[in-house]
Design a binder for this molecule. Structure first.
Ligand SMILES: Cc1cc2nc3c(=O)[nH]c(=O)nc-3n(C[C@H](O)[C@H](O)[C@H](O)COP(=O)(O)OP(=O)(O)OC[C@H]3O[C@@H](n4cnc5c(N)ncnc54)[C@H](O)[C@@H]3O)c2cc1C
Length: 358
């Protein structure tokens, strides 16, 4: 009997793990099943630009070539895991799949425009409808000054400089305190130069036709984009596997602290760091050999090192800001042109698709 590895989630984390792991195990003794709720694997960093320029095909990676030429080693199932038993997972279709190793890669549950549906046809429709709303709106209010809304405001104003675009943020400056004040202020200046009206130290309550501000004022808007914050996709897991915020409790081997046969990768892992794709290669460098070692019954060789933080935001094709934490120096600003060239004209969507053999 082949050992069964079940990877739940086929976003970048689950999909790339499957690509790497199939090269580290023997197809004669291991079989990998990737279960992804969504028909395709979305590259979320391109979603803000997708609201002003149709990039849906570029940012949607099909998963059917994940085991190309290696079908005896694995398969992809489009379905949702609804519960986990002692040694099996149950899918919404009713199928029960046994596992020897379970990897949770279910990422984040987003709100607003990032909360795309599951079927590809619906994803196309979802973004087309949002694009129309943005194109038709004269006044847009984004509530919350996190990186997703900042990029969204930048994309909208880069494409439509005449629109009235407000960003309402409860803090003294945009972004989290984690990032340097200089970068936060620079980001505000870039957006203001593009035409954004940034209201700091202000809360907004969404009301019909706009938002009511904590200052007492009401802003009328044709489109309000609420805070795009994320939760973890872990409702199907036993509560004792989870941290308070719903992420999967792991040690630095990326192995569950509750079950040695369970691992987690990507956004869903409970690690003291910002959740970003920028961390994914480091997660995979630890997780892939550790899962292979677990299957072989030998000690897990790799330990994850926490602490590398970087943020690179783009605001349309010509503006960017960000900072990276350097050993000894702390955070240093990253020049905008460097961020623009790293992310490229296609915001790395081409790399995602080519990794999935497209
Ligand atoms: C607008 C935006 C911009 C961003 N920009 C950047 C950036 O510039 N740089 C950066 O490093 N990071 C960025 N991020 C963060 C980055 O997108 C996430 O870190 C990344 O998507 C995490 O990948 P993942 O595979 O862990 O999870 P996800 O991408 O969330 O994928 C999880 C997958 O699991 C599936 N799934 C969920 N539940 C189940 C279930 N029960 N059964 C089966 N399948 C399930 C989902 O359908 C999905 O396909 C951005 C995020 C957003 C929203």
């Amino acid at each position: 009997m082949k050992k069964q590895v079940v990877i739940v989630g086929g976003g970048p984390s689950g999909a790339y793990l499957a690509l790497l792991l199939q090269r580290q195990v023997k197809s004669s003794d291991t079989f990998i099943t990737v279960i992804n709720k969504r028909e395709r694997s979305l590259w979320l960093p391109a979603t803000p630009r997708n609201l002003v320029e149709d990039m849906t095909e570029q940012l949607s990676g099909p998963l059917d070539r994940l085991f190309e030429g290696n079908s005896e080693c694995g398969r992809v199932i489009t379905d949702e895991v609804v519960s986990v038993g002692e040694k099996s997972v149950t899918l919404v279709s009713g199928t029960v799949l046994p596992f020897d190793v379970l990897v949770i890669a279910t990422g984040s549950k987003w709100s607003s425009f990032v909360d795309a549906p599951d079927s590809h046809a619906d994803v196309v429709k979802h973004f087309a409808e949002y694009r129309k709303k943005v194109a038709d709106a004269k006044t847009i209010v984004a509530v919350g000054g996190g990186s997703v809304n900042l990029e969204l405001v930048g994309e909208i104003l880069a494409k439509y400089p005449k629109k009235n675009v407000y960003l309402v943020h409860s803090g003294e400056h945009v972004l989290k305190d984690l990032y340097p004040l200089k970068t936060r202020i620079k980001t505000e200046k870039i957006l203001q130069k593009l035409g954004a009206k940034i209201l700091l130290n202000t809360r907004a309550e969404i009301v019909p036709g706009g938002v009511r501000l904590s200052t007492g004022e009401t802003l009328e808007a044709d489109l309000v984009v609420p805070t795009t914050s994320a939760k973890r996709n872990t409702d199907f897991l036993p509560p004792n596997w989870l941290a308070e915020d719903g992420s999967v409790l792991v040690n630095l081997k990326l192995q569950s602290t509750v079950r040695p046969d369970v691992f987690a990768v990507g956004d869903v892992a409970d690690l003291p760091e910002e959740r970003q794709l920028a961390k994914l290669e480091a997660h995979l460098n630890v997780l892939t050999p550790n899962v292979a070692a677990y299957l072989a019954g030998v000690p897990l060789p790799k330990t994850y090192v926490v602490g590398k933080e970087a943020l690179g935001m783009t605001f349309g094709p010509h503006n960017a800001s960000g900072a990276a934490k350097m050993p000894l120096f702390g955070f240093v600003g990253i020049p905008g042109p460097m961020i623009l060239s790293l992310k490229g004209k296609d915001l790395m969507t081409g790399k995602h698709r080519s990794r999935l053999h497209y």
